[in-house]
Design a protein around this ligand. Structure first.
Ligand code: FES
Length: 190
């Protein structure tokens, strides 16, 4: 569950500043009030940081830089500390999921049957790395451990749909299935 031990960052490094700046978003007044009220529920106590982050991520889906800055302010702690906790635990994410989240199983059965090559093809086709989303927000790419369908290895999931015995040559077709589906959706009337 733990990614790496860096929860005690003494100052904001240049790399951290760059990461935070890149992922900046503008928070709506509504979102600001939601975050403030979650912090207040936990008495704005620094010791409740992990609980606050859980609740906020449940509401927003992810924890971008501006959200971390606001939580730091509300809990009277440093942005570096909040960032350290967010990056320490794998269940926290700073990246929004795509409309169609793609998960590649990298469990043993899938790995030995070529999951890495399939994953590389997804990266190549989507021009993203694992943990990133495409610029249009349609796809995000992640890895999973065994999803319990080893007989179908290598396995890819797009949202809830499972694709078995996937070869790199099929990747383009799988992506197109979702691109074409969303392009074909009729425009919603106002
Ligand atoms: S290892 Fe991939 S489904 Fe089991």
């Amino acid at each position: 569950m733990k990614k790496r031990i860096n929860c005690c960052i003494p100052y904001i490094s240049t790399e951290l500043k760059k990461t935070l700046a890149m992922s900046k978003i503008k928070l709506s007044e509504n979102t600001i009030q939601t975050i403030k009220s979650i912090c207040a529920e936990f008495q704005n106590r620094e010791g409740e940081l992990i609980n606050v982050l859980h609740r906020v991520q449940q509401k927003l889906g992810y924890l971008p830089a501006e959200v971390q800055e606001l939580i730091a302010k509300e809990l009277h702690t440093s942005v570096a500390k909040v960032y350290g906790v967010v990056t320490f635990y794998s269940f926290f994410t700073m990246i929004p999921k795509g409309e169609f989240p793609i998960s590649m199983c990298m469990g043993t059965a899938c790995y030995v049957r070529g999951a890495e090559q399939v994953l590389n093809e997804f990266k190549r086709q989507l021009k993203v790395e694992v943990g990133q989303s495409t610029l249009d927000g349609k796809f995000s790419l992640n890895c999973l451990r065994c999803v319990g369908a080893c007989g179908l290895a290598p396995v890819v999931m797009v949202g809830e749909k499972v694709y078995g015995r996937v070869a790199p040559a099929q990747v383009k077709k799988i992506i197109a299935e979702y691109r074409d589906a969303s392009a074909a959706e009729p425009a919603k009337s106002a």
